[in-house]
Design a protein around this ligand. Structure first.
Ligand code: KIV
Length: 316
């Protein structure tokens, strides 16, 4: 297996013109698949709030949820550089709050770096986290946590807005980010800025001219239902495979062909079965009491009869 990447080797990859690969993962098996496939970095994205937990946005993700999933990913991919995604609200109040959240991510999640959305507006915050010794991957362009401000999931940086993308990119680099994600930025602009920046630029919906690419696990493998953004490529259709597999299981259970002989434990003979003693049921116990009561009645007239209850009451 290749050696685990770090901030220096990722920088070298950019310097050498070697593309950096990143995929999201949210649990142990996903992380293991990604590591076995040889990905350079894994992002525990807050997209998990949508693709795993079913929300229609990432805004509801909490720090506890993100750390919970990050722990599992790190265990599943111990040889891969893992980035934990800081959720909305965990770094927006103040740089101090952001440092505290990032420290929790590192101590509890055991990841290698954190990611946060924002450019010029987050310069001080990124500086505070990196000053605390925590590597920060920035995220600019379309920032899903703040689409309310952007008016929806729109491509960023077209026309005059290109300047803002450049300003944000330079701000995060200045603040000490070791890497930056560009989301939904026109390809020509993303390529141009990738050449200006010294740190690696990872694109999603930003064309082929960035230093690397990131995609959401579910989108790569066809697990996102009907969702199909322009920038996504479905490399496998595991969703259809999964539905068909479960349908086969249901069919075989209904038909009685599963479990088969090979799925069933042996080690008990017909003889063992025929020598089994039937368990004593409630009716046997009631019958036994009736026999004793009747015997007592014969011995002592009036015995076994409750003043208030009839025989029928006892049988209920
Ligand atoms: O949360 C996420 O998955 C992301 C990627 C889309 C970059 O931020």
């Amino acid at each position: 297996m290749a050696k685990k990447k770090n901030v220096l080797t990722l920088q070298e990859m950019k310097n050498n013109g070697e593309k950096i690969t990143m995929i999201t993962a949210y649990d142990y098996p996903m992380a293991s698949f990604a590591e076995q496939a040889g990905v350079d970095t894994i992002l525990v994205g807050d997209s998990l709030q949508m693709v795993v937990l079913g929300d229609d946005s990432t805004v509801g993700a909490t720090l506890d949820t993100m750390i919970h999933h990050t722990k599992a990913v790190v265990k599943g991919a111990p040889g891969t550089f893992v980035i934990g995604d800081m959720p909305f609200g965990s770094y927006h109040v103040s740089p101090e709050q952001a440092v505290a959240s990032a420290v929790r991510f590192m101590k509890e999640g055991r990841c290698d770096a954190v990611k946060m959305e924002g450019g010029v507006n987050m310069e001080d915050t990124i500086r505070a986290i990196t000053s605390a010794g925590i590597p920060v991957c920035a995220h600019i362009g379309l920032t899903p946590q703040t689409t309310a401000m952007l008016g929806g999931h729109k491509v960023q940086g077209r026309g005059e807005a290109a300047q803002k993308v450049l300003d944000d990119a330079l701000a995060v680099e200045r603040a000490g980010a070791f890497m930056v994600v560009f989301e939904c930025v026109p390809g020509v602009l993303a390529e141009h800025i990738s050449k200006i920046l010294t740190i690696p630029v990872i694109g999603i919906g930003a064309g082929a001219g960035t230093d690397g690419q990131v995609l959401v696990f579910h989108d790569v493998l066809g697990l996102s239902g009907d969702f199909k953004a322009k920038f996504v490529k479905k490399f496998r259709d595991l969703g259809t495979e999964a539905t068909e597999g479960i349908a086969d299981y249901i069919k075989e259970v209904k038909e009685g062909t599963f479990p088969a002989e090979e799925n069933t434990f042996g080690g008990v003979t017909e003889e063992d079965i025929s020598s089994l003693k039937e368990p004593i049921g409630l009716d046997d116990i009631k019958g036994g009491f009736r026999t004793i009561r009747d015997g007592l009645k014969n011995l002592v007239p009036g015995a076994g009869r409750d003043q208030n209850n009839s025989d029928e009451d006892h049988d209920k």
